[in-house]
Design a protein around this ligand. Structure first.
Ligand SMILES: [Zn+2]
Length: 161
């Protein structure tokens, strides 16, 4: 599936910049490299009573499934753990439920079920069956602030196995 087809969904206006990772931005706890996440996304993810701590900076999301840390900014010495965000981060250990699409609250289990029971093989078929990627606002709903199609594709691949 090419980018052209996906632009009909939520990816069209987000660009690829959120995928870039700057050097030397390692998780203060596990010391693994994180992924850059825009400030607006972090503000929507972190618990309301903690949003004051966020400031106007962009953050990094620790991608280590074993690590308890989610968003951090080492420059300003701010970090949040799994308990301080509103939704389970899908790739973290014990995430429950494990969302594949945050905007439509479609879980990885639902995606796998659609593959096994309904024979869905592509993200497009998946969206038709599960309603994933409808009314999408990934910038605010997805923990990385990017379109969920990659996560859905990974869940499809799991279901196909
Ligand atoms: Zn970490």
């Amino acid at each position: 599936m090419g980018k052209e087809t996906l632009s009909n969904y939520c990816c069209g206006n987000l660009g690829e910049s959120s995928c870039e990772v700057e050097k030397n931005n390692f998780c203060p706890v596990c010391e693994k490299q994180g992924t850059l996440v825009k400030n607006i996304t972090v503000k929507h993810m972190v618990l309301n009573e903690l949003t004051e701590q966020i400031g106007d900076n962009d953050y990094y999301l620790c991608m280590n499934e074993e690590c308890d840390i989610t968003y951090y900014n080492t420059k300003f010495n701010v970090k949040f753990n799994k308990q301080q965000v509103k939704v389970p981060i899908w790739f973290k250990k014990d995430a429950d439920p494990k969302y594949a699409c945050y905007c439509s609250e479609v879980t990885e289990d639902q995606v796998i079920e659609a593959v096994v029971k309904h024979g869905a093989k592509t993200v497009k078929e998946m969206n038709a069956i599960t309603g994933a990627m409808k009314n999408s606002n990934c910038k605010e709903n997805n923990p990385l602030g990017v379109c969920c199609h990659k996560i859905i594709q990974e869940a499809i691949d799991k279901g196909l196995k």
